[in-house]
Design a protein around this ligand. Sequence first.
Ligand code: PLP
Length: 312
Amino acid sequence: MKQADLIWMNGELIPWEDAKVHVLTHGLHYGTGVFEGVRCYDTQLGPAVFRHQDHIERLFRSAHLYYMPVPFERETIRQATLELVARNGLRACYIRPIVYRGYGQMGLNPLEAPIEVSIAAWEWGAYLGEAGKRDGIRAKVSSWRRISPDSLIPASKASGQYLNSVLAKIESQKSGYEEAILLDEHGNVCEGTGENIYIVRDGEILTPPTNASILDGISRRSVIRIARDLGYRVIERNLARSELYLADEVFLTGTAAELTPVREIDDHPIGAGEPGPVTRHVQQVFDDALHGRDERYHAWLDPVPVGASAPS
Ligand SMILES: Cc1ncc(COP(=O)(O)O)c(C=O)c1O
């Protein structure tokens, strides 16, 4: 990964290489952490964090679901993030806030373990590659099922829950695909390992609803809004596996992957085997929104006050 200079840890900006934790950190053993993936873009308004407040809200919701009171105000986290990006001299970057149970208590009752907060930022290109964004990727339906609400909390972005995504990702990579698509225990389509999923059929966009064991993606909310603004009908309903293979178009969205088309699933070409017109249209406007080129979506941008605290 591409290092930056500083990381924010529990209220202080410290050198990147000093941002360390004890080996008996609770979250390292039991996955007791919650995190966010956020992006800052080099926009026409200067560097700006996309839907910053929404990410902070989701971080606090994830923490609440795991009985973790965050020891900082939302506004402190927001200001810390803006300062971190500015002080690292970054204009476009990925931002990773994490709230986790720290060192001091072992065993499965975490309630006495301290709650620590860190924020890191670094330059990170499109997660599924620029070629993937342009030409589409090949995906495989995973043999692993998406975590069930019977056992965990799909709506929470919690560290331990990502073992499910890690298994699916490894399986897809070892089989020669770029991403995995997870179904739930009834066979309904959920999402990618770190992306929400959509199909296009007869000009309409369909995507699993938020109660379908998915993460309530912030890119998902943005893309649904954009697609509706563009006049597309967007339907949130359960999708069967076969609907993936029969779709005219399929695409994924996530903060890391942005909007990435899927051109093949389980060796079935999707539509013409290349990104289709609806995907392209929504992708273009979403990209404009991310980069501040579309005034309709400027309210989604939280500008970084550069200059005020340039790198020393
Ligand atoms: C499992 C999962 N689903 C969906 C998403 C997409 O969410 P967002 O658009 O908020 O990044 C992510 C990424 O955060 C994810 O990890």
